[in-house]
Design a protein around this ligand. Structure first.
Ligand code: GLA
Length: 394
C-alpha cells in the first residue's frame, strides 16, 4: 500500500514540467492505546500504518527568492506557492499551511531550508483520524532536509514538525502522531513516554496469531472538533493545577483523582490516569504474555481496547454516535475489542478481530450503519508498518 512512487513522479512532472530529485513516504498512524495522554506527558502506543503520503520533490534555486511550490493529487488543479523569506505564522492557510509550517519550524531551528517544488499523493483518508496531516508534515520534513543535505535526528524532526503544526498552523496537538510516522517499525507498536520522550519498539504482529487489526472509518466529522480538543487540554491542565502536580502524568493512583471536587474534571483526570495504565498493561501483555497461563494475549488486549472506549466515551466524552455504534456492532459480531482512536468527535474505530471474525464484524458494522441510514463505513487494514523513509526512484 501507500501511493505509488511512479504516480507521484508523474504528478510532479505534470505540475512542474521536470523530474523530481527523490520521493519520500511518511505513513499515517493508528493508536493502539493511550488517547489524550500525550499532551498530559503520559504514555502512548501508536503504530505507523501501511497507508501514507508520498512526496516527490526537487530543489528549486530561484534568483527571485526561496519558494516552496506545492501541488497535490488530492487538490487537483491548484498549485500553492509560499515564499520562504520572512515566513511567519498566519501567512498561509489551507492544506499548504502544513508543509509551510514544517519549513518555518526547520528555519526556526536554524536549518537552511532550500526552495523546493513538491508534489504529494496520499492514500490516508483525510478527516478519518489517521493523521494525514502529520504524514504530510513528516514527508515534507524528510524531503526538505534531504534536499538540503542535512541529516536530522528523527526525534528532533518529530519535535519540529509538531512545532510547525502547533505554532504555524495553530492546531494544539501533542507529539504522538509525528512520532509514530517518523519512528514506526514494521511489526511493532511504538511505546513513547511523552515526559522523557524515551521510546521503545514493542513487537506487535496480530497476523502471527491469526488475528488482525481492522480500522473502521466512520466517515463522520462533527462540529467543534478543534475547539473541543483545546477545551479538553485546558481541563486536564486545570485538573493538574488543582491537584498540585505539573501534569496528570504525575498521578499514578486513580484514587488521587477523587480529590477533585468538580465532577467533570474528575472524569477527565480519571480517563488520563487509567489510559496511561492501560498503555503499560498492553505493553506488559505484548512483552511478557498474559501471565494467566491461558496465553490469550489478544483477548486481554481486546478487553483493554473496549475499556478504553468506555473511558473515552463516558469520562473524557470525546466519542461520537457512529463510533459507539461501530464498537457495539463489532463486539456483538465477535471482535475481541474495539475503540475510537485519535482526538475524537469523528474519525475511526480500531478493532482487534480473530481472522475468522473479520468478515462477520465488517458485515455487522455495515448493517448497523445501513439501518440508521448513515453513510457506509470504510474498512481499512491496520498493519504496523515502517515509518517515514526515502523511496527508490524508478
Ligand atoms: C490527535 C492529536 C494527538 C493526540 C490525539 C489524542 O490525534 O494530534 O497529539 O493528542 O489526538 O490522543
Amino acid at each position: 500500500m501507500s501511493p505509488s512512487p511512479s504516480a507521484v513522479q508523474e504528478l510532479f512532472r505534470s505540475c512542474f514540467g521536470d523530474r523530481a530529485d527523490g520521493v519520500w513516504l511518511a505513513p499515517g498512524r493508528a493508536n493502539l492505546m493511550g488517547e489524550h495522554t500525550d499532551y498530559n506527558e503520559g504514555f502512548v502506543l501508536p503504530f505507523a500504518l501501511g497507508q501514507g503520503i508520498v512526496a516527490a520533490a526537487a530543489r528549486r534555486d530561484d534568483s527571485s527568492g526561496r519558494r516552496l511550490v506545492l501541488c497535490s493529487a488530492q487538490e487537483p488543479g491548484s498549485v500553492a506557492e509560499v515564499s520562504l523569506d520572512g515566513l511567519s505564522p498566519g501567512q498561509v492557510s489551507g492544506w499548504a499551511a502544513y508543509p509551510a509550517g514544517v519549513a518555518w519550524a526547520l528555519a526556526a531551528a536554524g536549518y537552511a531550508v532550500p526552495g523546493a517544488c513538491v508534489a504529494f499523493d496520499s492514500d490516508v483518508p483525510a478527516g478519518a483520524g489517521l493523521s494525514s496531516s502529520a504524514a504530510l508534515e513528516c514527508a515534507t520534513a524528510l524531503a526538505l532536509t534531504e534536499l538540503a543535505g542535512v541529516a536530522v535526528d528523527r526525534r528532533e524532526l518529530a519535535a519540529m514538525t509538531r512545532r510547525g503544526e502547533n505554532e504555524f498552523v495553530g492546531v494544539p496537538s501533542g507529539i504522538m502522531d509525528q512520532s509514530a510516522s517518523l519512528l514506526g517499525q514494521r511489526g511493532h507498536a511504538l511505546l513513547l513516554d511523552c515526559r522523557s520522550l524515551e521510546t521503545s519498539q514493542v513487537p506487535f504482529d496480530p497476523a502471527a496469531a491469526a488475528a488482525q487489526l481492522l480500522l473502521i472509518n466512520t466517515r463522520a466529522r462533527h462540529e467543534l472538533t478543534a475547539g473541543q480538543y483545546g477545551r479538553r487540554r485546558a481541563e486536564c491542565e486545570q485538573a493538574a493545577r488543582l491537584l498540585g502536580v505539573p501534569s496528570l502524568r504525575y498521578l499514578t493512583d486513580v484514587a488521587d483523582t477523587d480529590r477533585l471536587t468538580d465532577p467533570v474534571l474528575r472524569r477527565r483526570a480519571r480517563h488520563v490516569v487509567t489510559d496511561d495504565q492501560r498503555v503499560l498493561e498492553v505493553v506488559g501483555f505484548l512483552t511478557r504474555g498474559s501471565g494467566s497461563g491461558s496465553g490469550d494475549v489478544l483477548g486481554e488486549i481486546g478487553r483493554l481496547l473496549t475499556q478504553a472506549h468506555v473511558s473515552l466515551r463516558d469520562d473524557f466524552e470525546v466519542s461520537w454516535p457512529e463510533a459507539d455504534v461501530a464498537v457495539d456492532a463489532a463486539l456483538t459480531a465477535g471482535a475481541l475489542g474495539a475503540r475510537m482512536i485519535g482526538g475524537g468527535f469523528g474519525g475511526s474505530v480500531l478493532s482487534l478481530v480473530r481472522a475468522e471474525a473479520a468478515e462477520p464484524v465488517r458485515a455487522a458494522v455495515a448493517e448497523a450503519f445501513g439501518r440508521r441510514a448513515w453513510t457506509a463505513p470504510e474498512f481499512l487494514p491496520a498493519d504496523p508498518s515502517d515509518g517515514a523513509r526515502r523511496l527508490g526512484l524508478q
